[in-house]
Design a protein around this ligand. Structure first.
Ligand code: ZN
Length: 123
């Protein structure tokens, strides 16, 4: 099991605490509609598909500690870093922790090298 419920507090263990989060950083985890979100300092923000093709809107979700009964984003600690080497600058980085950006005219968000923003890598 990657995570377990803490029976005393009711909060899942092995998730990142609010004090460990940095505003503006992208975190991997889970909620009903997304597998990564950006911590704004008070809430997690993520992009969601709009009703019209190619449109997006943002939604905010609280940390599990501020559960209001609807949905929460659970930021998971990265237990297995997946290191890759950039094709252009040979910088080694963890592909699961780098920011993901969307290429123009593509729907998919893809990880990019933190040094040169190249998206091609050796795995
Ligand atoms: Zn690079």
């Amino acid at each position: 099991m990657l995570f377990e419920y803490n029976k005393d507090s009711g909060v899942i263990e092995d998730i990142l605490d609010k004090t460990e989060l940095l505003a503006g950083k992208t975190y991997f985890g889970y909620c009903r509609n997304a597998s990564f979100a950006i911590w704004s300092g008070t809430n997690f923000v993520y992009l969601r598909d709009g009703t019209v093709r190619g449109t997006y809107y943002t939604e905010e979700l609280p940390h599990p500690a501020d559960d209001d009964g609807t949905d929460v984003f659970v930021p998971l600690r990265n237990l297995n870093p997946l290191n890759v080497i950039c094709f252009r600058c040979l910088h080694m980085y963890d592909i699961l922790s780098v920011p993901r950006t969307r290429i123009k005219r593509l729907k998919q968000f893809e990880p990019e090298c933190p040094k040169c923003a190249c998206r091609i890598y050796f795995s």
